[in-house]
Design a protein around this ligand. Structure first.
Ligand code: CP
Length: 304
């Protein structure tokens, strides 16, 4: 594997290696001196054509913890605004002797396209509604850490599946590791092809929560929708918002996850998001170790 473009290009052994490497880096970043000198000779460009808080900062921190040189690019402040193409932009950045590119882009397939046209290692930091592989890896890593293993666990991915790159990457990653996966949401937010991916499909939130060990709550991505999309926010919250009342009705304690950013009071109440059942900030913490592992493993190929 020369790039990380999506989970669909990985196999079970790749994920195992990433997790074992992340275990090592998690230990490193909890030491008083959080840095290792491994990538002193590597330069990485973080290209964000779409907004981000967690992914952007987590990649930058992971790169700095590995002692790589880092440059950051935000499309909204760049010559993209003057009409420069993606390939021209990236080739100009690579001319400054950059080895690796981390890219978030609003168009599905943008990372694959880039990997076919430029000479650098590419990491997909989210491409439209397609894939968000590092998010899925940190999600599975967090389930492994919290519940011991991913194999055999029942994971419900709840919410706006139609517009979610997190859902697709999680489905691929969880199934590769032997988890059972259910998607739950209103019919209008469930893509027609979803049942072909070998997942259970449920439209009733209470039934999904009763079934699962882990519920990964997704944000409704209003920015990817036409106006007046059904259901409205109020209808969505009534039918698909996770509340303490709903969780107390279950005959077991389930684990609550969320990739962020949270719409508090829409898909999840603050009481649930901030409860002991939620591992949302553990996911964010693990994101740094997972991204260190991925960058380290790809950089080792540059050095070969
Ligand atoms: N989870 C996630 O991708 O968050 P950001 O959009 O803030 O990076």
């Amino acid at each position: 594997v020369n790039h990380l473009l999506g989970i669909k290009y990985l196999n079970t052994e790749d994920i195992k290696l990433i997790f074992e490497t992340a275990d090592h880096f998690k230990e490193v970043i909890n030491r008083p001196i959080k840095k290792v000198p491994s990538l002193r000779d590597i330069t990485i460009a973080n290209l964000f054509f779409e907004n981000s808080t967690r992914t952007k900062l987590s990649f930058e921190l992971a790169e700095k913890r590995l002692s790589a040189d880092v440059i950051n690019f935000s499309a909204s402040q760049s010559s993209v605004k003057k009409g420069e193409t993606l390939i021209d932009t990236v080739n100009n950045i690579l001319a400054m002797k950059v080895d690796m590119v981390v890219m978030r882009h609003p168009n599905p397939g943008a990372s694959v396209f880039l990997s076919q046209h430029v000479n650098a290692r590419i990491i997909n930091a989210g491409d439209g509604a397609h894939e968000h592989p590092t998010q899925a890896l940190l999600d599975s890593y967090s389930i492994r850490e919290h519940l011991g293993e991913v194999a055999g666990k029942k994971v419900a991915i709840v919410g706006d599946i139609l517009h979610s790159r997190v859902a697709l990457s999680n489905i691929f990653a969880l199934k590769l590791q032997g988890a059972e996966v259910m998607v739950c949401g209103p019919k209008t937010l469930l893509p027609k092809y979803i049942a072909n991916l070998g997942v259970k499909v449920e439209t009733n939130l209470e039934k999904a929560l009763q079934w699962c060990d882990v519920a990964n709550m997704l944000r409704v991505q209003n920015e990817r929708m036409e106006v007046n999309y059904f259901p409205s926010t109020r209808e969505y919250t009534q039918q698909y918002g996770v509340t303490t009342n709903l969780l107390n009705k279950l005959d077991k304690q389930i684990t609550i996850m969320h990739p962020g950013p949270i719409n508090r009071g829409v898909e999840i109440t603050s009481e649930v998001a901030d409860s002991d059942q939620a591992i949302i900030l553990n996911q964010v913490e693990n994101g740094v170790a997972i991204r260190m592992a991925i960058i380290y493993l790809l950089a080792s190929k540059i050095k070969q």
